[in-house]
Design a protein around this ligand. Structure first.
Ligand code: PMP
Length: 362
């Protein structure tokens, strides 16, 4: 396939080529129906099969059971920031937040528009270069829930363990690492993720909620904002984002065929290890942003000696067909996102470019 670049975009991001080819093949006539999925009723048996199979395949990947409802919702992860609090932060209650970057700060701010959301631990004093180590915070047993962000997409830090929440429901924004590694669903009461990193295209948000938590949710919310109503209708309360869900289904099948999440995690570890080794052996030319024990396997963030060199790096890498390497506008620097669909070959091309760039400008 010619003309495809090495895509390090942070999201929307690279999708597996076989998935895109399947989409192309299905587009005009899905499975002999004479129409595309874009044109099909969401109440048709053909779509309902896609919907249910996608849920089943995601469950198979995640090792989940019927104990958790798997929902498809709209509004992106930021809508979930509000919905978590609307559903779970009842009058008189409070929630605890672990704040480790821009997205958990935003999640906290959105929850504060609805109720009493508190900072249990924050990395703001170390400009979000690290996540807390086990034992650095203690969850309050009265909290309505404990919220954390498993991978901090902008600063490039990631939890390598599940925070202990005891009997307090654990809620996680996994937007940028869901499906990149195995997770222990049983420790989480609610997980949500915008699809546009490892799962598929933008437009659908996956929420995985333990059924016993549904019983604690506020019952009187408008239906499309209510986890209880969405679960009761198998996410077919209103018209779901059918095309996005179909692509999530193809991505899930592709991942299953490639050995599931343990195999994906092994591939992802190898890619990140190569890139971090390049930073660490650059004699300080490339400086990793995150503290080593908190480094993200998904978003590798680093600085160069000057902002001018960083600008030059982005311009030259783009010319070399390495796309999406500029850091987030709020933090600058360089960020390489290494989601599932980014190949080892792409990372090798990046490392080669970095070594050459260093030789020319160090
Ligand atoms: N949480 C995390 C961890 C993210 O990376 C992002 C987007 N990059 C968001 C939340 C916001 O997602 P959305 O644009 O789907 O609202």
């Amino acid at each position: 396939m010619t003309g495809r670049v090495h895509n390090f975009n942070p999201g929307p991001a690279a999708l597996p080529l076989p998935v895109l080819e399947q989409v192309q093949c299905d587009l005009l006539d899905f499975a002999g129906t004479g129409m595309s999925i874009l044109e099909m009723s969401h109440r048709s048996p053909t779509y309902e099969h896609i919907h249910d199979q996608t849920i089943a395949d995601l469950r198979a990947l995640l090792g989940g059971t019927e104990e958790h409802a798997l929902l498809f919702m709209g509004g992106g992860a930021q809508m979930q920031f509000a919905l978590v609090a609307l559903n779970l932060l009842l009058p008189g209650a409070y929630a605890d937040y672990l704040v480790t970057g821009v997205w958990s700060e935003t999640a906290l701010e959105e929850a504060r528009k609805i109720g009493d959301a508190r900072v249990l631990w924050s990395s703001a004093t170390t400009v979000h270069t690290r996540i807390p180590m086990p034992g650095e915070f203690h969850v309050n047993p009265e909290a309505a829930y404990l919220h954390y962000t498993s991978n901090n997409t902008i600063v490039g830090t990631q939890y390598t363990y599940v925070p202990v929440s005891r009997d307090v429901p654990l809620v996680c924004d996994m937007s940028s690492d869901l499906l990149s590694r195995p997770i222990d669903l049983s420790q989480h009461s609610l997980i949500y993720a915008g699809a546009q990193k490892n799962l598929g295209p933008a437009g659908v948000t996956v929420a995985i909620i333990r059924r016993d938590l549904l019983e604690r949710c506020r019952p009187d919310l408008p239906s499309t904002m209510s986890y209880v109503h969405m679960a009761a209708h198998n996410s077919l309360l209103n018209t779901p984002p059918v095309f996005a869900i179909y692509i999530v289904g193809l991505v899930a099948q592709h991942l299953l065929a490639q050995g599931g999440l343990a195999a994906a995690a092994a591939r992802n570890r190898e890619k990140a290890a190569l890139l971090y080794a390049t930073l660490d052996s650059s004699a300080g030319f490339y400086r990793g942003w995150a503290q080593p024990e908190s480094r993200s396997g998904m978003n590798v963030t680093f600085r160069l000696p000057t902002p001018e060199l960083e600008t030059r790096f982005v311009v030259e890498s783009t010319h070399a067909g390495l796309i999406g390497l500029a850091g987030h506008r709020t933090v600058g620097g360089i960020r390489a996102s290494l989601y599932n669909a980014v190949s080892m070959e792409a990372v090798r091309a990046l490392v080669e470019f970095m070594e050459d760039f260093q030789q020319r400008y160090a």
